[in-house]
Design a protein around this ligand. Structure first.
Ligand SMILES: N[C@@H](CCC(=O)N[C@@H](CS)C(=O)NCC(=O)O)C(=O)O
Length: 343
C-alpha cells in the first residue's frame, strides 16, 4: 500500500513535470526565432553615455549593450550577432510587446506595474540605481530639500517623473515641471536655462554631466530619492527565454565571485572547484537544459568577461564615468549583488 502510494505520488510528480516541460517547450519560440534570424534583437536606450551609446565608428557600446553581447555570446558564440534597436522611454515597452525586440536592456526600472499591467518580466537586476538631481554649482544647493520652488527638467514616460512628484509632495515643496519627451530635449532645456535642475537616475546623471560643455560647473546632489533596480526585460509566456536571459546575467555575477575572467577562462576549464566546473560547463549539462550548449557561460566569459569586467570597462572608476561599485559590488564584498548558484 505504502509502495502503491509512493508509485502514485511519483507518477503524479512525473506527469506534472511532463506538463510543465510541455508548457515551456510549447511557448519556447523566442530562442528558435533568434537562432533562425541569426541575430538577437536587443532594445537599448537612444544614447546614454556608459550604458548604451554609439562610438565614433557607429558601434553600440556600454554596460546595457554588453548585457546583449553576453546573451548573443551564449547563443551564437559570437557577441556581435545583434540588431540594436534604439528606443526612447515611451516606446520601449511597446517594442517588446509587439515582438520587434527579444529583450530590452535599457536603464529600465523593475516595478510592479510594468510586470502586472504590461505582460513583461524583469529577469534580474543588472544595476542597482536610484534617482538624483543635477544642479548648477553656482545655485549653491546642498541637498534635494533645498530645491523648493525650482524648475526641474525630467523625461516623461519614466519612473523619474513619478518619483519627482512623490518626493515634492512628501516634503511639501513646490516645483515647476519642465517635461521633455527625449533625454536630448531634457538636456537642452537644462543647458539653455529653461530649468535649473535636471533629475534622472544617478547613473545617467554621471554621463549627462560629462556631456555638458563645462561639467565642473554642475554637481550631482548627494540625495538618492528612490530605488531604481535596472535590468533586462522580456515578454511573459516564454519561460525558456526568460531563463536564458536571467541565467546569462547570473553567470556573469557567479563568474566574478568565483574569480573567473576573460583572461583566465582557459585555466578555469581545468579547475577542480566544482562551482567553477559547473559554471564553465565541464561538469553537468546545465547549458543543454537551458536550450543552449554546455559551454554557454564559458563563451560569455571568454568573449565578454564577467560582471566586474563589464562594469569596470564601461562605467567603473577607471572609466570616464568613474562610478564607484557601491551597492553594485558582490555581496561577498559588501554590496548586494547575489546570484543563485548553478547546480
Ligand atoms: N529608470 C527609469 C528612467 C529611464 C529613462 O528612460 N531615463 C531617461 C533619462 S536619463 C533616459 O535614459 N533617456 C534616454 C533615452 O530616452 O534614450 C525608468 O525605467 O523609467
Amino acid at each position: 500500500m505504502i509502495c502503491g502510494k509512493l508509485m502514485t505520488t511519483s507518477l503524479g510528480a512525473l506527469l506534472a513535470l511532463a506538463a510543465i516541460f510541455n508548457a515551456s517547450s510549447v511557448n519556447a519560440q523566442t530562442l528558435k526565432a533568434v537562432k533562425d534570424r541569426g541575430a538577437l534583437n536587443c532594445g537599448v536606450s537612444e544614447g546614454l553615455y556608459g550604458f548604451s551609446a554609439r562610438d565614433k565608428n557607429g558601434n553600440w557600446t556600454g554596460f546595457d549593450v554588453e548585457m546583449c553581447h553576453a546573451i548573443a555570446a551564449a547563443i551564437f558564440d559570437d557577441p556581435g550577432k545583434i540588431n540594436f534597436v534604439p528606443l526612447d522611454a515611451s516606446r520601449r515597452f511597446e517594442a517588446l510587446q509587439s515582438g520587434s525586440i527579444d529583450v530590452l536592456s535599457r536603464n529600465t526600472t523593475w516595478t510592479m506595474s510594468r510586470e502586472v499591467d504590461l505582460g513583461l518580466s524583469f529577469t534580474a537586476t543588472s544595476y542597482y540605481d536610484g534617482q538624483g538631481f543635477l544642479v548648477r554649482r553656482d545655485l549653491n544647493k546642498e541637498t534635494a530639500l533645498d530645491l523648493d520652488g525650482t524648475k526641474i527638467c525630467v523625461q516623461t514616460g519614466t519612473t523619474t517623473e513619478l518619483n519627482l512628484a512623490d518626493y515634492f509632495r512628501t516634503n511639501k515643496m513646490l516645483y515647476g515641471l519642465v517635461a521633455a519627451s527625449t533625454l536630448e530635449t531634457a538636456i537642452k532645456g537644462y543647458d539653455s536655462g529653461q530649468c535649473n535642475v535636471l533629475t534622472a537616475d544617478v547613473s545617467a546623471l554621471f554621463g549627462i554631466r560629462l556631456s555638458l560643455s563645462k561639467p565642473d560647473e554642475h554637481v550631482i546632489l548627494p540625495d538618492v530619492i528612490s530605488k531604481e533596480p535596472l535590468g533586462p526585460v522580456v515578454r511573459q509566456g516564454d519561460v525558456q527565454w526568460f531563463n536564458i536571459v536571467k541565467w546569462v546575467q547570473f553567470a556573469l555575477v557567479n563568474a566574478e565571485e568565483l574569480g573567473v575572467t576573460s583572461k583566465n577562462i582557459d585555466e578555469a576549464l581545468k579547475s577542480e572547484n566544482p562551482d567553477v566546473r559547473r559554471l564553465v560547463g565541464v561538469e553537468g549539462n546545465y547549458g543543454e537544459r537551458l536550450g543552449l550548449t554546455n559551454d554557454w557561460a564559458a563563451r560569455v566569459i571568454r568573449l565578454v568577461g564577467n560582471y566586474g569586467e563589464i562594469f569596470e570597462r564601461n562605467v567603473g572608476v577607471g572609466s570616464a564615468l568613474a562610478i564607484p561599485r557601491g551597492i553594485n559590488q558582490l555581496w561577498s564584498k559588501g554590496g548586494i549583488l547575489y546570484a543563485p548558484p548553478i547546480r
